[in-house]
Design a protein around this ligand. Structure first.
Ligand code: COA
Length: 152
């Protein structure tokens, strides 16, 4: 059974290993040890029988706007419900934190998110996001990521 927990420092190497293949493919952003340590309270790890199976984090943009990010499931556990469990866990947590939470994701796998009660939305809806990560991206004018927001 999948177990989801807040991370502790000793999880960080596992997280970097989970993210790495997808960083190489340009699917998720690289996160280094210090950054993960600093944002430790925003990271969650999924374990199956004690083995790291997936990771997710969120970013708080203030004004009740949150991004689901650094979402990866190890290939070995793909399509077994780990990704769904991770996203549902964070969405539930953010809804408790803020009843007005607007929770979004930028992704190349919109079909996964639409199954989890997200719907496509125009990226211009998220000026904070564009400013933070996208403004310096070489792909900013030809980005094919889809923005989706949780319906609540
Ligand atoms: C996307 C990802 C997190 C999905 O994780 P997962 O654990 O395999 O997904 P789940 O098993 O929880 O799937 C939940 C549902 O979504 C569907 N789904 C999963 N991946 C999908 C995909 N790529 N395309 C369409 N549907 C998908 C599943 O079939 C399942 O549907 P069901 O409820 O009807 O059975 C995983 O494939 C991954 O790590 N991808 C690479 C990194 C990435 O793209 N991260 C997202 C960045 S925003």
């Amino acid at each position: 059974m999948v177990q989801i927990d807040k991370i502790i420092e000793s999880d960080i190497d596992d997280i970097i290993k989970l993210l790495e293949p997808h960083v190489q493919k340009g699917i998720v952003l690289q996160r280094n040890h210090d950054e993960i340590m600093r944002e430790q309270h925003c990271f969650f790890i999924a374990r199956i029988d004690g083995v790291a199976a997936g990771v997710v984090s969120f970013h708080d943009y203030d004004n009740h706007l949150y991004e689901i990010r650094s979402l990866v499931v190890a290939d070995k556990y793909a399509k077994t419900g780990v990704g769904k469990a991770l996203v549902s866990y964070v969405v539930d947590l953010l809804r408790v934190k803020s009843q007005q939470a607007r929770i979004f994701a930028l992704t190349y796998v919109p079909e996964f998110f639409t199954k989890l009660n997200f719907e496509p939305v125009d990226k211009s809806y998220f000026p904070e996001k564009i400013w933070k990560d996208c403004v310096n991206c070489p792909r900013k004018d030809c980005c094919t990521e889809i923005a989706l927001i949780n319906r609540g």
